[in-house]
Write a protein that binds this ligand. Structure first.
Ligand code: PEP
Length: 251
């Protein structure tokens, strides 16, 4: 039985004041005990969030980390070892905004994934197709290739200690959501792809759906057999909405 997970990606949002308010709201939530809850603040606010959420059942992750695990001469980057030192346990790898806007490609993402795991961080690998690719009928090919690039280089076993988020690019921040069946079809294909190499890893890995998830659509999405929770962007900036999404992932 996979334990559901709901993770909030705060993206490049927040000031010290608004983050303090969000922490306050999160502390007041009645979170389900059968769901793993995590938030990914901007790097600048990670320490504030870790201090503010001390004692709460919420893990903290970073939105990005360096290709090298240990600190060193890499201006502007943050090493996975530094994130662990700060108290993070997770890191996003390959969010579509980084793939598309920052030009991060599979080769770099594989290095980031491996560097994070080498320090004990759980990478959350984000994969997903653009609208153009979906309309061309290439969704499974694109997602399969993104996943395969990691499997080929690092082996399927790395997914015993990782999470995968399927995030159709056309659904991120647009208000458009994949239907539960569209999302389930891709999740099932991802699990089947992993199962071809290792069925135990495939059955154990958590597959999150991301793309305009809200409290109003979460129950239906999370009710699908291969959807183990969600990666939530915009809606995670509202503590009450985020709490309701977390409860939707519980039993
Ligand atoms: C995301 O940024 O990972 C995301 C899913 O965003 P949103 O929920 O706002 O679509």
């Amino acid at each position: 039985m996979r334990r559901p997970m709901v993770a909030g990606n705060w993206k490049m949002h927040g000031t010290r004041t608004s983050v303090a308010e969000l922490i306050d709201g999160l502390r007041r939530l009645d979170l389900p005990s059968d769901v793993d809850v995590a938030v990914f603040p901007p790097c600048l606010h990670i320490n504030q969030v870790i201090d503010g959420l001390k004692g709460q059942p919420i893990s903290i992750g970073a939105q990005n980390s360096a290709v090298e695990s240990m600190q060193g001469a890499l201006t502007g980057e943050v090493a996975p070892s530094q994130l662990v030192d700060a108290g993070c346990s997770l890191v996003l790898v390959g969010h579509s905004e980084r793939r598309q806007i920052m030009g991060e490609q599979d080769g770099m993402l594989i290095r980031k994934f491996a560097a994070a795991q080498a320090c004990g961080l759980i990478p959350v690998l984000c994969i997903g197709e653009t609208l153009e690719q979906r309309e061309a009928g290439k969704t499974l090919e694109v997602v399969g290739r993104q996943l395969d690039s990691v499997i080929e280089e690092l082996g399927v076993g790395v997914f015993a200690k990782a999470v995968i988020a399927y995030e159709p690019v056309w659904a991120i921040g647009t208000g458009l959501t994949a239907s539960p069946q569209q999302a389930q079809d891709v999740h099932a294909a991802i699990r089947a792809q992993l199962a071809e190499k290792n069925s135990e890893v495939a059955q154990g890995v958590r597959l999150l759906y991301g793309g305009s998830v809200k409290a109003a659509n979460a129950v239906e999405l999370f009710g699908m057999p291969d959807i183990d929770g969600g990666l939530i962007g915009g809606a995670s900036l509202n503590a009450d909405e985020f709490g309701a999404i977390c409860r939707a992932a519980g039993n």
